[in-house]
Design a protein around this ligand. Sequence first.
Ligand SMILES: [Mg+2]
Length: 167
Amino acid sequence: MFSLVPDRIENSFTQVKPDELEKNGIRLVLADLDNTLARYHQPDPDEGLKGWRDQLEQKGIALFVVSNSRRPQRAQRFCTELGIPYIGHAAKPHAEAFREAMNQCGCRPEETLMIGDQIFTDILGAHNAGIRAIYIRAIALDSAFRKIRYGIEAPFRALCRLRGDRI
Ligand SMILES: [Mg+2]
C-alpha cells in the first residue's frame, strides 16, 4: 500500500532543484520519459530539459532515463540527443531496470531518486528497488485512458499530501 504513495509531488521536473538534491545526497536521477520529460509525440528534448540536465551535471548528478515505451527507437533517439544513458524497455514496475541503472552508475538506492508521472509503474517500480520517488504531474492528459488512470491514482496523491514530503 505505502509503496504506491509518492515521496513528493511536483507539477514539473523543473521543480526538482539540483542544489536541493545535492544536499540530500542524491547522485543519480532516474527519469521516466513520456509525459514526464516530454510529451508522448515530442521526438527530441527541448531547451528547458537540456538546461536542467546541465544544472544536474554541474552538481555531479547523473540523469538516466528508464522508459517503458513500446516504440523501438523512442528512448534511443531522445536520449542520444540529450547525451544521457537510458533503458528503453524497462518493464517497470519490476525492479530489474532500476537496479541495472544504479549498477551502471555505481550508485546505491539511497543516493538515487526516481521521477515519473505514473503511480503503478514509476513510483511502485522505484519503491520496489528501494528508491525514493517524486510524482511529476503528466505534461498532458490527452486521452480518455490517461484521464481515467489519473483519477484512479488520486488516493495515492492524497495520501502523499497527508503524510508530507519525504525528500
Ligand atoms: Mg510516463
